[in-house]
Design a protein around this ligand. Structure first.
Ligand SMILES: C[C@@](CO)(OP(=O)(O)O)[C@H](O)COP(=O)(O)OP(=O)(O)OC[C@H]1O[C@@H](n2ccc(N)nc2=O)[C@H](O)[C@@H]1O
Ligand SMILES: Nc1ncnc2c1ncn2[C@@H]1O[C@H](COP(=O)(O)OP(=O)(O)O)[C@@H](O)[C@H]1O
Length: 308
């Protein structure tokens, strides 16, 4: 019997999330600049008679254990393509906040794919793995690739980006999640309410910011802080007004930039260095405006097999 295989996959923050108009297929075109950060889920694949999912971690109770779990869907997609039975036990050690705008479910899908590919010896090419990822969810290709990348289309068409250094991040994890489709819907509603319109004909094509790409390339945290943006932030704040207090608490504690991570509700804070990040974390914890605070850095590599 084959030995268990474990994949380790990072979370992400979006340093730019420019959202175009609503497409006919229900998605939005994006200029989505992803940066992988050092919070990880681990997915372990062990041979089993049938597909089974187990989850450990503080948020484990919020993760589905049936075939709607993104890790299960990834394993099923790989098995189906290669005509094999999806007999596998997937155990997820979850450290990425659930429904937090940090792509935890996407991380588990990418991890399950890598781990099952190794366990089953399916030897899928990188291109095939990326194709399966894109079919399962817009953010999943980035979980596989990691580092820093620009996502076009609905976020699945990736171009890796150059970076000149490590950035220090603090994350304020909220109580409870936000639904990604609900946040996109609220973004459209706010655009309609402002009179500008929300369709692809009304909203300019999203473009990556030149200043942001330059700041990433040079590794300049102050320049990056000046250039970060998230078009979903007004929608997340509209659905969860208390996030404004969290963003303010991080800024008061010395963060160079405070923004909602993707669709939220996790808030991300960029700090000058490790000491400044600790000070921001201490200030946020004392503010009582979030459930937990995490300090980390990035960019980090994407999904990797460990202990192989
Ligand atoms: C907002 C972002 C930013 O990176 O991530 P989160 O912050 O939620 O992690 C992503 O765009 C989320 O990507 P992901 O969570 O993979 O979304 P999908 O499963 O592909 O789509 C879920 C739903 O989100 C909406 N959606 C998603 C992507 C996109 N470009 N336009 C959309 O309108 C659609 O309503 C879609 O049905
Ligand atoms: N492996 C998984 N881990 C977390 N959530 C999952 C997973 N599979 C499916 N889901 C569902 O996807 C939703 C969004 O989860 P997640 O990817 O953590 O958030 P986000 O899209 O905000 O980054 C969850 O509420 C949950 O119902």
């Amino acid at each position: 019997m084959s030995r268990p295989v474990t994949a380790r996959v990072p979370a992400k923050v979006n340093v730019q999330l420019a959202v175009g108009g609503l497409r006919l297929d229900g998605f939005h075109d994006l200029a989505n600049v992803f940066l992988a950060v050092g919070l990880y889920d681990e997915v372990t694949a062990t041979p089993a008679d049938a597909l089974r999912i187990t989850v450990e971690g503080a948020d484990a109770g919020q993760v589905p254990l049936d075939r709607t779990n993104l890790a299960a869907r990834a394993a099923l997609a790989l098995a189906e393509r290669h005509g094999i039975a999806p007999g596998v036990h997937l155990h997820i050690a979850k450290d990425i906040p659930v429904a937090g705008g940090m792509a935890g479910g996407s991380a588990d899908a990418a991890g399950a794919l890598l781990a099952c590919d190794a366990l089953w010896g399916t030897q899928a090419s990188r291109a095939e793995l990326l194709e399966i990822c894109a079919a399962l969810g817009s953010d999943i290709p980035f979980s596989l690739v990691g580092g820093v990348a620009l996502g076009r289309g609905r976020g699945e068409l990736l171009t890796p980006l150059e970076t000149g250094g490590t950035f220090h991040w603090v994350f304020a994890v909220a109580d409870g999640g936000l639904s990604t489709p609900a946040v996109y819907r609220e973004c459209d509603r706010l655009r309609e309410a402002s009179g500008a319109g929300a369709s692809a004909a009304d909203v300019p094509d999203p473009e990556p910011s030149r200043a942001l790409l330059d700041a990433l390339r040079t590794g300049d945290a102050t320049a990056l802080a000046a250039a970060v943006s998230n078009d979903l932030q007004p929608a997340a704040l509209s659905l969860r007004p208390a996030l404004a207090d969290t963003l303010r608490a991080g800024a008061d504690a010395g963060a160079l930039a405070s923004l909602v991570s993707g669709s939220g509700p996790t808030c991300a804070f960029l700090a000058k260095d490790t000491e400044a990040a600790q000070a921001v974390a201490t200030g946020l914890a004392a503010s009582g405006t979030c459930r937990t605070v995490r300090v980390t850095s990035g960019p980090v590599p994407g999904a990797r097999l460990i202990g192989a």
